[in-house]
Structure formats: C-alpha cells, structure tokens
Design a protein around this ligand. Sequence first.
Ligand code: HXC
Ligand code: NAP
Length: 289
Amino acid sequence: MLPPLTFSSRTVLLTGAGTGLGRSMAEGLLKLGASVVICGRRGDVLDKAAAEMEKAAVAVDGHGAVLAKTCDVREPTQVEALIAAAYERFGKVDALVNNAAGNFICPTERLSYNAFNSVVDIVLRGTANCTLALGRRWIADKQPAAILNIVTTYAWTGSGYVVPSACAKAGVLAMTRSLAVEWGRHKIRVNAIAPGPFPTAGAWSRLIPPPVEKLLDPARTVPLGRAGEHAELVNLACYLLSDYSAFINGECVVIDGGQWLKGAGQFSALGELSPSDWDAIQAQMKPRK
Ligand code: HXC
Ligand code: NAP
C-alpha cells in the first residue's frame, strides 16, 4: 500500500514480535525499509524469526536490519536494557509498537490473584514500561516519534471470560488517548489499532479451544463472514506509523469486519458453556504447578 522505502532510515521497536501479528508487522515494516527491534521472552523463537525475516527482507530490497533481544516487558530493567541495545545498534528509535500480550479464557470467579495480575502486568504495565522508557528519551532528545498500541474492541465494550485482558486493554486505550494530548506538543503521536479475529497460534490456542470454536466462528460473528488477514492489519499499522498519517493522533482504528457492532464483547458468548465444559477446558489449558 505504501511506497517502497517509506521507513528507510527509521527504526521501529515492536514488543512480542517473535510470533503472530507482531511478527507480521515487523516483516511488513522491514519490507518498507525499516530496521526493526523485536523482543519477547523466548530467545529461540526470536532468533528464528529474526533470521527468517532478515533473509526475506534483504531479498526484497536490500534495506533494513533486525535486532532480536529477549525482554520481559513486565520488568523495567529489562525494558531499559532492550532500549539501550536498540540505540547502540541503530543510533535511535523512531517508533514503538506495544503488541506483547497475555490472555486466556476463564470464568472470572475461577481466576487466582496471580492469574489476574499476570495478564494485567504484561498488557498494561508492559505497555507503560516501554512507553515511559522511550518517551523520556524522545522528549529529552526532541525527537518526533510514533507509538502504536494494539488493543481489542472489548477495550470499550468489556467482555466476559477475558476480564483481566479487558481491564488491561481499556487502560491501554486510556493511555493512548491521554498521551496523544500530553505528548502531542513533543511531536509524539500515539494511536491504537483494535483488531477483530486474526488467526494466530498464540491467540487461538488460549482463547478458542474446541468447545468455543463454534460460538466464536468468524463466519457467524463477523458481518463480512471471515477472519482478518494479517496483511490487512499490517497495512493499517504501517500507515499509522508512517508520516502519511502525520495528522492522526489519539485515534483507535477498528479492523474487525464489523464484528463488535454485531455482538459486542466477543467472549461474552461463552456464557453458553456449562461448568463441566469449563472443567474440561481448564484441564486442557491451565498450566499445572
Ligand atoms: C486459568 C490460568 C490459565 C488458564 C494461566 N493461568 N493460564 N488460570 N485458566 N487458562 C494462571 C496460572 O495458573 C497462574 O496462576 C497465572 O495464571 C500465571 O500463569 P503462568 O503460566 O505462571 O504465567 P506466565 O508464564 O507469565 O504466562 C502468562 C500467561 C500465558 C498470560 C498466563 O498465557 C502467556 O504467556 N501468554 C502470552 C501469549 C498470549 O497470551 N497470547 C495471546 C494474546 S491474544 P497461579 O495462581 O496458579 O500461579 C489476545 C487477543 C485478544 O490478547 C482479543 C481476541 C479477539
Ligand atoms: P501472540 O502470537 O501470542 O503474541 C503475543 C506475543 O507477546 C508473543 O510473541 C509473546 O512472546 C509476547 N509476550 C507475552 N508476554 C510477554 C512479556 N511479558 N514480555 C515480552 N513479550 C511478551 O498473539 P497475537 O494474536 O499475535 O497477539 C498480538 C497482539 O494482538 C496482542 O496485543 C493481542 O492482544 C492483539 N489482538 C490479537 C487478536 C487476534 O485475533 N489474534 C485480536 C485482538 C487483539 P513470548 O511468549 O516469547 O514472550
């Protein structure tokens, strides 16, 4: 969609980009000439992704480079170390994509305190950690920049059975709009994307086990009758990170085929499951200690 080399001489840091939508966005940016910094908790996953991405991008136009570094976004010291490594390698960072997330379906009364906190810590605190660390540098350096936060449509509708994620994503949306105002004068734009269903192994394995599949089938729940394609979201993300959207600030763009308007709070449909369905789902999905 965008001209080749739209991001030449730009560096974009993406969290949770060894897999899924984060990886797809990193690949899309690389193909438009960006250098990308990708992070996640699993070094082997990141290294494999980085090697494959770099090979494909170099084959496209000879631009772009990938720095892969493990980082748990919940830990401010690890976030600082990641950003220091990015500046050391590329000299600057121009944009941040807060994409890392944790989520699983569970009746709220069955959640432990730690289960609630682990999701909120990744999604809300992780986003705040990366945003603060880079924002401070950008303001001190007087450097224009763009932040893109990946939220969900239930950030504003709420949704049963994914309550920690809904609370955390709502917080990220509030952060998006608040910082768009506060940091606009520093030429830091802050926007968000709210995706509908986009097939990824991470989301599908945790959110759509077999008894849930029929309740959330995109063919029924999405007016356009299908799930999203990664390229559709990648185009939107690249646009919002690029100078072509220079006057868009504080916006959250929905890309869901009309799903939330048809039936807000996707996972609320899981009210149709019985306690024994939930016993079976948890026996299959909840980690054993
Ligand atoms: C109930 C669960 C559970 C489950 C974990 N827990 N899974 N409780 N049902 N299915 C509990 C554990 O028992 C533990 O509590 C606590 O949560 C933390 O679990 P850990 O495995 O120790 O934590 P950690 O290794 O940090 O893993 C975090 C995680 C995990 C969120 C639980 O799923 C993860 O790493 N996710 C990352 C990737 C991901 O989630 N991708 C999907 C994003 S999709 P106790 O009390 O026992 O210690 C997305 C889409 C949104 O966001 C919208 C879609 C339309
Ligand atoms: P995914 O592949 O599971 O992506 C999540 C990524 O976050 C993983 O690479 C994971 O890597 C990383 N991560 C998790 N905890 C982390 C931590 N503490 N520190 C650093 N990285 C961490 O799932 P996805 O579907 O692509 O999701 C990407 C984004 O899209 C998320 O924000 C999600 O909420 C949003 N979203 C997805 C959909 C969808 O339908 N797929 C819909 C709406 C919104 P490690 O485990 O190696 O750390």
